[in-house]
Structure formats: structure tokens, C-alpha cells
Design a binder for this molecule. Structure first.
Ligand code: NAP
Length: 282
């Protein structure tokens, strides 16, 4: 249950995010290098969106993948909810493809639920698939009730992912969304896997349990956060960094295997929910 490139290889297990990247000319080269380093380290899944820097992140991706075999990459972009209908989605998809300098997306996501009916978005996504402009489609920021509604529609079961906020300090999806998606063999893309370097959950990286585990493995707290997610079946984290040194660290997190005692310590410090909590959104 993961994302497969056109060449047939699994993308990941760790992907790369791009929010806030590509916006500043003075850091563009470093960010391009960070993405490229990640691809070379096996992080072939790259997540972006038309929203990020109003196309600037997609252009960075387009620059970073120059000269690489397209079929070995897994490129994901997202359409704004207000563009996710017949009137705009086809043009928006073409614009994303042009900025990313590619002729197809591996996955195209509805960024969050807006006012355009799901049925119309699904129809358009299926048309984009039939035209070969996307290989698959999915959604983002949908909680269980919305997912049930979506997947009950004609072709709704074609949804290939729900990209949602998920990190050690925000485990709400473990209560019902994650089990629901697993049952349907739909992998989850975990966004903000590092809680935006701890900004979304103060004290996360400095937590004594996280620090102790990191120390025991000669790893970083960020790697512990990623290892926690990588141990959850059907979950692909997409950390973002503009620094190649962090990219390599994030890629290496796939090698970090925590013990059951360590998982128990993390559970104690950041318990899984025991009741339904609203989907965390960034
Ligand atoms: P994130 O990946 O949780 O955190 C990014 C922050 O972590 C950056 O400040 C980065 O700084 C730092 N960082 C990265 N690797 C690190 C490491 N090894 N050690 C220490 N710090 C590290 O946050 P995010 O960018 O918000 O989320 C990830 C991706 O998910 C986004 O880029 C985007 O593609 C996607 N996303 C999707 C949605 C949605 O609505 N679908 C919403 C939010 C995000 P440096 O650059 O200094 O490394």
C-alpha cells in the first residue's frame, strides 16, 4: 500500500514536501539542490501545489527534475478547491504541468473541500486520467465523513490517497480515518510530519522521550518523528527542507527502527486518541 512510479518502483518510503520553497531567489539554488539530493537518495515522491508560492514551488520542482528519467519520479500536485471544477481544472492542470516541465502528474489532489461538488471534481479527475495528464487522483484534508461521501460516488473508489496532517504530536487520524483508509487499501500521505520543525507542537523535538530515543540510536529528534510515522502501515511522510543536509537526514530515517519499548515511551508521551477528534489542518 504505497505509491508506485510509472517505472513500477515504489516511491519513498519518505517523500519530499515543497511548501514555502522556490519563493526566494536567494535560496532557490540550495532548495533545488536539496530536492535533487533527495531524489538521488531515493526520495522520488515530490509533493507540491499550485497554491505554494502561486506556482513558484512547482517551478522549483520543474527545475530540480531536469535531466532525470521522468518515469522514476512520482510527482504530486494539488488544485485549489475553487479551481476543482469543469470551468478551471483542465487549464490549472496544464499550468501545473508547464511549471513542472512535465507532461503528466503521477497524482493530482483536491487540496481541501470547497463548494464544488465532489461528483464534478471526480468526473474531471477521471477525464484528466483518460487523457493521460494524470496517472491518479486523490484528495487532501478530508476527514472520515467526507471520505465516506466521496468514496460512495461513481468512480469515488478511484481516490488514491488522502493527504492529511499527521505527526507524533497530532495523532487524531489514528482513531478512525487511518483504519478506514487502510481497510480500503488507500495509502495516507502524512503532511507536516515534523510538525513544521516543532512549531505546530511546542516541545515536540525537545521532548525527553524523543531526545532519549534519538540519542540511543545516534539519530536526530526529526528522524525519530519520521521513524514513528514510517512504522505505521500505509503512511508516507513528506517532510520539507531547503537544506541538503536535512534531506539526507530525512532519507536516512527509513533505516531507523524503533523498539517496542521505544514505541511505548512515545505512546506515553504522546498518547493516541481514545475518541474522535476533528482533523488537524494547517
Ligand atoms: P514539515 O515538513 O513538518 O516541517 C518543515 C520544517 O522542518 C522546515 O522548517 C525545515 O527547515 C525543517 N526540517 C526539515 N527536515 C529537518 C531535519 N532533518 N531536522 C531539522 N529540521 C528539519 O512541514 P511542512 O512543510 O508544512 O509539511 C511538509 C509538506 O507537506 C509541505 O512542504 C507540503 O508539501 C505538504 N503540506 C500539505 C498540506 C495540505 O494542506 N495538503 C499542508 C501543509 C503541508 P529546513 O528547511 O531548515 O530544513
Amino acid at each position: 500500500m504505497t505509491f508506485i512510479t510509472q517505472s513500477g518502483a515504489p516511491a519513498g518510503p519518505v517523500g519530499q514536501g515543497t511548501w514555502y520553497l522556490g519563493e526566494n531567489p536567494s535560496t532557490f539554488a540550495d532548495e533545488r539542490n536539496a530536492l535533487r539530493t533527495g531524489i538521488e537518495a531515493g526520495m522520488t515522491l515530490i509533493d507540491t501545489a499550485e497554491m505554494y508560492g502561486e506556482g513558484a514551488a512547482e517551478e522549483l520542482v520543474g527545475s530540480a527534475i531536469q535531466g532525470l528519467a521522468r518515469e522514476t519520479l512520482y510527482l504530486v500536485s494539488k488544485v485549489y478547491p475553487h479551481n476543482a471544477g469543469r470551468a478551471h481544472i483542465f487549464t490549472c492542470c496544464e499550468n501545473s504541468l508547464r511549471r513542472m516541465r512535465t507532461d503528466y502528474l503521477d497524482l493530482y489532489l483536491l487540496h481541501w473541500r470547497g463548494s464544488i461538488p465532489f461528483a464534478e471534481t471526480v468526473e474531471c479527475m477521471e477525464e484528466l486520467k483518460a487523457k493521460g495528464r494524470i496517472r491518479a487522483w486523490g484528495v487532501s484534508n478530508l476527514d472520515t465523513r467526507d471520505m465516506k461521501e466521496l468514496m460512495a460516488l461513481p468512480n469515488g473508489d478511484g481516490c488514491a490517497t488522502d493527504q492529511v496532517l499527521y505527526h507524533l504530536g497530532s495523532r487524531g487520524i489514528e482513531y478512525d480515518l487511518l483504519p478506514f483508509l487502510r481497510e480500503r487499501q488507500v495509502p495516507v500521505m502524512a503532511y507536516c510530519p515534523l510538525a513544521q520543525a516543532g512549531r505546530l507542537r511546542r516541545g515536540l523535538l525537545a521532548n525527553p522521550s524523543v531526545q532519549k530515543i534519538a540519542f540511543a540510536h545516534d539519530a536526530s529528534p526529526a528522524q525519530v518523528l519520521l521513524a514513528f510515522l514510517l512504522a505505521q502501515p500505509g503512511v508516507v511522510p513528506i517532510p520539507r527542507t531547503g537544506r541538503a543536509v536535512h534531506t539526507l537526514e530525512n532519507a536516512a530515517a527509513a533505516e531507523l527502527k524503533l523498539t517496542s519499548k521505544e514505541f511505548a515511551a512515545l505512546d506515553k508521551a504522546f498518547p493516541a486518541p481514545t475518541r474522535k477528534v476533528p482533523l488537524d489542518i494547517q
